[in-house]
Structures are given as C-alpha cells and as structure tokens.
Design a protein around this ligand. Structure first.
Ligand SMILES: [Mn+2]
Length: 432
C-alpha cells in the first residue's frame, strides 16, 4: 500500500486537460518515425523502462560558497526528503530510486525502508562523505582538513575507511547495492603534497573498503578535476579513476560526473573508453557552462548529453552487461528543486530517446565511407527530432503526468509543505 504525496485526481485532471493535444502529437510523431522505418511503440517501451535515481541532497535548495538562499518548505530531514523525491517519481515515473548521503541522511534503516516502501520508491547507490568534518558524529572525531582516504595520518585514513564501511552497512540494511566514493583530497600548492604517495595511500584505503564490500555490491570511484583542492586533486580524472577500478578488481567501476571535467573535454569519448575497459559504473548527471556548476541536466548543452547517450546506446549488449547506475547530482539555487529534478529526469530520458532514434546502420556506413557530412547529419537528424510526445506517453502509461511541472504546480504541493515545514537556517549542504 503506497501513500503517494499528490492526490491521484490532480494528476488525472491535469492529464485529461492535456490528453487531446498529446494524442495528436504522439500520432504525428509516430507517422513521422514510421516513414523512417522506426516503430514509435518500441521506443516508448524502452523509455518507460529507463530510470534515473535522484539525490536526497538535491531536494533542498543548494547554494554557492558565497551564499545560500533557502526556498519555502525545504525538507528538514531524510524522511521529508523522501516525500519530495516521491513527488518527482509520482509525476515522471522515471525516478524510482533515491541515492543517500551518509551521514547527512543517517536514520534507522528499518524506518527508512518502511518510509520508502510506503512511497513506492527504493534506494540506489550510497554516498559516503569524508570531504567535510562531522563534529556531531562520534565515529568521526578527526578532521579531514588535510584529506581523508589519502591523509598522511593513518588514524584519519582508518576513520575514513570505517565511515565508508558504515555507509555500506547502512546501504545493505536498506537494499542498496553500490557505494560511490568521492573525496575532496588534494593540495592547494605545488609541493604541499607528494602526488605519488598521496595516490598510493588512497589506493590502499580503497582496497581496505573494497575488501569489506558484499559480494553483490559494486564500488564506484568518482573523479573530479579540482575543488575543493585547487592545485592537485588525488582522483582528478578518468585515468586515475580507471587505474583505481583496475587495481581494486571486479567489483570496482568508474563513475562519471558530467561536471567534473575541464571545459570542452570530450566526455562522450571518456564514456566509450570506460565501456571498452569494462569499467563504466555509473553517472552523476548535471550540466555546466564553466566548471562544476551542477545546473539542471540538459539545460546548457543538451547536445553533449545526447552524445553521451549515443555512446551508451551504441554500446548495445556490452552496456547491458555493465548496467551503469544512472543518477542525478545537481544543486538548485534559484528554482524549486522538485521542478528542476522533474525537468532533469525528463531531459535525461530525452537524450536517451533521441539516441535510440539514431540510424546506426546508416551511421556506420557513412563512417566506413569517410563521409563526414552525412555521418554528422545522421546524428543531428536524430537530435533534431522533438521526442517530447514519446516522453509524455511514457509517463502517462506508467501512471505519471503528461506535463509533470504543470501537474506539480496545480497540486499546490510546495505551498502545502511550506506551511508544514518551518524554514531552517542551515540545511542544504555540499554538493559533489
Ligand atoms: Mn557527483
């Protein structure tokens, strides 16, 4: 028995209003695709099955290092965060799982499981946190100011390892199957840290964590070029991440956060290399203009998101075997986080649907013939298609909203929780 946060009749009323236009648009797109020899129903069925996890930390208003401007009705703890996450899934039917961050989301595992079940959602990869100090956590009295898993002091490394093991144990109790490790370790000045020894210490610590991994779990190493360390970061790029995954063995994989690269880096090529190495573990989706901006997925460069999915779909059965964990990792500073996550889930599915529509045989033939123009056009012709009717139909069939943001606004959910949840001065937190 689920207890969905938005009344069913609100979704039904919104869908009834949108239905006639939607059906006409879906039929028109179906005809257009049929002329290309594509069965729209097959594409819609795949989109229905495509899910992306939402981050628990994404439903609070984010901030920058300058300021945070809280929104109304922000969740005050993990249980209210789960309510907000359930709204996103109820309307999109694309986000059935939530990714937790420990210790931010620490709670009684049985209560977490019960709450999630009541909302019809589950838990995705767990995230440990050794990039800030936790003065309220009796298990983490030592400071991470100068690093965690790569710290020069073995006592700090042991504390960070133990925290990761605890995160795995909480995850086990709530049905998660993966641990994502991102560390802020690095240095701000040349000479501050021995670049080689820091990596050796990190590897040893990761091996100690991997040794405690349940047999049916995966561990993801997440790289990031810079920030908070501004000269060198211990796990700075996909090369270091791949070395780590290869050293750790068959349960270790690489996680690609789209915002964790230098501007203009060819991320889709990194993705295809990691697939080739059998080490692509998952994604943190977001978008950026300059750095790790954590903007809504597809809001700045939807073509890049499409090109990533083009590599994923192109990998076919190899990708099925890797079964990457798809997650969103964003910071919402000026929008309602629920609306941003609804839109982002939609944009990720859009890129997937467009990638499904690439004429792969045609593309391969143009590539073999070195016809650069027609190869490029083959990709662009899929990207130019407006697949919104497919996305809307996928939502509608699964019980979601044809226009989820409109249904969300019609529900008055934000005003309702704003009345129930007094504004907090703190909240939010770092975004990785
Ligand atoms: Mn991330």
């Amino acid at each position: 028995m689920t207890d969905l946060p938005i009344a069913a009749d609100i979704v039904e009323t919104a869908n009834a209003q949108a239905r006639a236009d939607h059906e006409a648009d879906y039929a028109a797109l179906g005809e257009k695709l049929a002329r290309r020899g594509v069965d729209v129903e097959a594409v819609t069925a795949k989109v229905v099955d495509f899910a992306v996890a939402v981050p628990s930390w994404g439903v609070g208003t984010g901030g920058t290092r300058f300021a945070r401007f809280p929104g109304g009705g922000e969740p005050r703890g993990i249980f209210e965060k789960l309510d907000d996450c359930a709204v996103i899934h109820q309307l999109t039917r694309a986000t059935p799982a939530v990714s937790l961050h420990i210790p931010w989301d620490k709670a009684d595992p049985a209560a977490l499981k019960e709450k999630a079940a009541s909302l019809g959602i589950t838990f995705d990869a767990m995230n440990s946190n050794t990039f800030q100090d936790h003065p309220d956590d009796p298990n983490q009295p030592l400071s991470y100011k100068y690093g965690s898993l790569s710290h020069t002091d073995p006592a700090v490394r042991e504390q960070a390892i133990a925290h990761n093991v605890e995160t795995i144990e909480i995850g086990q109790a709530i049905g998660s199957k993966a641990l994502t490790v991102w560390i802020g370790d690095g240095s701000n000045f040349p000479g501050q840290s021995d670049l080689g020894r820091a990596f050796d210490r990190y590897l040893d610590s990761m091996k100690a964590i991997a040794a405690r991994l349940p047999a049916d779990w995966r561990i993801f190493s997440e790289h990031k070029m810079y920030e908070p360390a501004f000269y060198s970061t211990v796990v700075q790029d996909w090369g270091t991440s791949l070395m780590t995954a290869q050293e750790l063995g068959s349960q270790a994989f690489c996680l690609v956060d789209l915002g964790h690269h230098a501007p203009n880096v060819n991320i889709e090529q990194i993705v295809t290399r990691l697939i080739r190495a059998g080490k692509l573990g998952g994604f943190h989706f977001n978008d950026s203009k300059y750095g790790d901006d954590d903007l809504d997925s597809g809001s700045i460069d939807p073509f890049r998101l499409f090109l990533v999915f083009n590599e994923l779909v192109g990998a076919g059965s190899t990708l099925d075997r890797l079964s990457p964990a798809y997650m969103i990792d964003q910071s919402h500073n000026v929008t309602d986080p629920i609306e941003s996550l609804i839109r982002s889930a939609n944009e990720i599915r859009r890129a997937y649907a467009q990638a499904l529509l690439v004429d792969r045989a045609g593309l391969a033939a143009f590539q073999e013939a070195n016809d650069a123009m027609m190869a490029s056009e083959t990709l662009k012709s899929a990207f130019r298609l407006d697949v919104e009717p497919i996305l809307a139909e996928a939502r509608r069939r699964a019980g979601g909203a044809i226009d989820p943001v409109a249904a969300y606004r019609a529900s008055g959910y934000r005003a309702g929780v704003a009345a129930e949840r007094p504004a907090s001065k703190s909240g939010g937190g770092g975004i990785v």
